[in-house]
Design a protein around this ligand. Structure first.
Ligand code: FES
Length: 148
């Protein structure tokens, strides 16, 4: 299976139509917490070992009260929220290819690098994304440091 042949939501509805049909989407969208936007504001947590994930696969990672999807695609690790902003499916169980994950429930696609909704990149709908680093053979995910 590949992405070709799947229609983009953009090709079916305008943004105004989508907002009218699904008014709850706005509050369901999550903040993108990319590593670039707040350098140094991350606390890293060991979550897996190199070799735990096969290429083009995901793994659900419970971490500090949230659940994150850890992915390996194109020999690069990515971390985004494991909850699909549509209806909450676990994205880590989705089909992964070319830096994208396709939700297993209704086939929405998300860009692993930043959690953007790949079917409609101008949409505010997105998954939170988290920085990932590899230290030795340990994979670590960064969570935002919260002021104490
Ligand atoms: S729950 Fe993910 S696309 Fe519907």
């Amino acid at each position: 299976m590949g992405w070709r042949g799947l229609r983009s939501v953009d090709s079916c509805f305008s943004q105004a139509e989508l907002r009218g049909i699904f008014p709850h989407w706005k509050w369901m969208s999550m903040t993108n917490a990319s590593a670039d936007s707040q350098p140094g504001a991350w606390e890293y947590h060991a979550v897996a070992k190199v070799g735990d994930l096969a290429e083009n696969s995901g793994q659900s990672v419970p971490l500090k009260g949230t659940v994150i999807g850890l992915f390996l695609s194109g020999n690069t690790y990515y971390a985004i929220s494991d909850f699909c902003p549509h209806q909450g499916a676990s994205l880590s169980g989705g089909y992964v290819e070319e830096g994208l994950v396709m939700c297993p429930w209704h086939a929405w696609k998300f860009r692993l690098s930043d959690g953007a909704w790949a079917d409609s990149l101008k949409s505010p709908i997105r998954c939170a994304s988290y920085p990932v680093r590899v230290v030795g053979d340990t994979i670590e995910i960064g969570l935002p440091v919260t002021p104490s």
